[in-house]
Design a protein around this ligand. Structure first.
Ligand code: DQQ
Length: 514
């Protein structure tokens, strides 16, 4: 499987579609598989909703989104690869609106409803977003594209959801960013955690534009202002708009898509984490690709970035909890958390320190968090940090994936927090991609506390630093640290003693995942 597609809530049921090859664990024969859930955690798969069958999608049913039209009428917009191998935009509708499972989908014969025409590159024109309704009754959607090396979100307008006209100007574009895949555009409340339907506008909201950059395979976003009358999106200049921009996740998380959940009044984000093992491994295990745990997203009260947190329904999988309270860790100390299934666990921890005096000096040329993390790692002694969790550790630490922080002193008493999830030591097996993922955490340290949550699930570690300010997903394939032989530790390799103020670690039940 790859990208999540068309997530939505309909009549008491969450629907998730995803790019899927029914034939093999490699990318080919792409159709829309369909799964349903009542709690976003336990899933049942239905038959595929959309699959290649007509001239307008005979070579593939690629990514797209769902929009629930007034009167609770879902419509899917998706990219079809047509008989001439062009990327065209199609729609599909439920065959029976009385069926809450939405089992059957119809692709009407008036497809495609948007063609690339002469101005648009037909091989760089895909992934329509959820549409939003404007004050004048017009629907709008964006489609990812590229003109030469300028990445862009083409804007289309429609009065009836069938006839779409391309706006003269894209909603937004950025030179030298290459193809924009899977654009997502939505409002966020300036304050509060509640989510908003795609059509909400006003002075009390900001907007988020996310694009998946094909060249780096990361999902970048900006926070900005949307002007509905001119259909312009202007990012605030609080973060870079391009390669150095904010990422949803500094690890393996791509082609994401969000939706508004009217039941719980929240915006939920889905992302795809591909495998980091070889194609051969995927073929022999018979599957490849996972959807990460869905996350609630909202605007950080600082207005500059998003916060993300696993949906609360995940907590229902928690079983026994073990706790650690006020555990001091001096330099070089490593304490095992015993009594949980360390290969399938949810860990929440709050670290504290009494002073930042020992923080090492931050070199202003260190703009690339990943490079800093590869250079310093989790074992090189530091001042404040490295400290954190050793996840999926084998008994004698031949294998472990550290998720940790290092705190530096920058100019004028400011501090820089680096968060890493380092797969280099994750497995003794060769032929794996073992990256050192890292990001900076823009957090106020005046409380002298730093929280971390990690969801550990055999081959995936999803970590949320600073209460969801910086997230990192790693895929790892230990050979020894598996099932009952996996261990979890807290560690400190900095000269400043660190205290585990609180740690709660839960053994997790298995969810029903298709
Ligand atoms: N994968 C899909 C495309 C999308 C890309 C095809 C992103 O629609 O642009 O499977 O991973």
């Amino acid at each position: 499987m790859n990208n999540p597609n068309g997530p939505m809530y309909f009549k008491g049921i969450y629907h998730l579609f995803y790019q899927y090859n029914p034939e093999a664990a490699i990318w080919e024969n792409i159709e829309w598989a369909h799964s349903i859930s009542r709690d976003l955690i336990n899933w049942k798969s239905l038959k595929s909703a959309i699959f290649p069958s007509k001239p307008f999608d005979i070579n593939g049913c690629w990514s797209g989104s769902a929009t629930v039209l007034p009167g609770f009428k879902p419509v899917i917009l998706y990219t079809g690869i047509d008989s001439q191998n062009r990327q065209v935009q199609n729609y599909a509708i439920p065959a029976n609106l009385a069926d809450p499972l939405l089992t059957e989908w119809v692709k009407p014969d008036n497809n495609p409803i948007v063609e690339p025409g002469t101005e648009v590159n037909a091989s760089a024109f895909r992934d329509p977003s959820t549409a939003w309704l404007s004050f004048n009754g017009q629907w709008k959607t964006i489609i990812g594209g590229r003109s030469e090396q300028t990445g862009m979100a083409y804007l289309y307008r429609s009065k009836d959801f069938l006839n779409w006209t391309k706006a003269e100007q894209p909603l937004h574009s950025v030179p030298n960013t290459g193809m924009w895949e899977c654009p997502d555009f939505y409002p966020v409340a300036r304050f509060g955690r509640f989510g908003l339907d795609a059509s909400v506008t006003g002075n009390w909201v900001k907007h988020v534009l996310k694009v998946s950059l094909d060249l780096t395979r990361y999902d970048y976003y900006t926070v900005g202002k949307y002007y509905p009358t001119t259909d312009k999106y202007v990012p605030d200049n609080t973060s870079a708009d391009g390669w150095n921009g904010l990422r949803y996740d500094y690890g393996n998380f791509y082609a994401s898509k969000s939706f508004y959940d009217p039941m719980r009044k929240r915006r939920v984000l889905w992302g795809w984490a591909n495998e980091s093992d070889s194609v051969q491994d995927d073929v022999s295990k018979g599957w490849a690709g996972i959807q990460a745990i869905p996350r609630t997203v909202w605007l950080d009260p600082n207005g500059k970035q998003l916060l993300q947190w696993p949906v609360m329904e995940l907590n229902r999988l928690r079983r026994r909890r073990v706790m650690m309270i006020h555990q001091k860790l001096v330099m070089g100390q490593n304490v095992e958390i015993k009594g949980i299934t360390a290969a399938q666990a949810d860990v929440e921890v709050i670290f504290s320190f009494s002073s930042l005096d020992k923080a090492e000096t931050f070199d202003p040329s260190w703009v690339d968090a990943q490079a800093v993390c590869s250079q310093l790692g989790s074992t090189t002694q530091g001042g404040v940090g490295p400290f954190g969790l050793l996840t999926l550790a084998s008994e004698n630490l031949e294998e472990f994936t550290p998720v940790f922080f290092r705190i530096f002193k920058a100019e004028t008493n400011k501090h820089v927090v680096l968060m890493c999830s380092d797969a280099r030591s994750s497995s003794l097996k060769d032929g794996l991609y073992k990256p050192t993922f890292a990001g900076f955490v823009d957090i106020d340290l005046s409380s002298k506390k730093l929280p971390l949550r990690s969801l550990i699930d055999h081959s995936v570690i999803e970590s949320f630093g600073g209460g969801g300010k910086t997230c990192i997903t790693s895929r790892v394939y230990p050979t020894k640290a598996v099932f009952e032989d996996a261990h979890l530790h807290v560690f400190n390799n900095g000269t400043e003693p660190i205290t585990v103020e609180y740690l709660g670690a839960w053994s997790m039940r298995s969810a029903c995942v298709n």
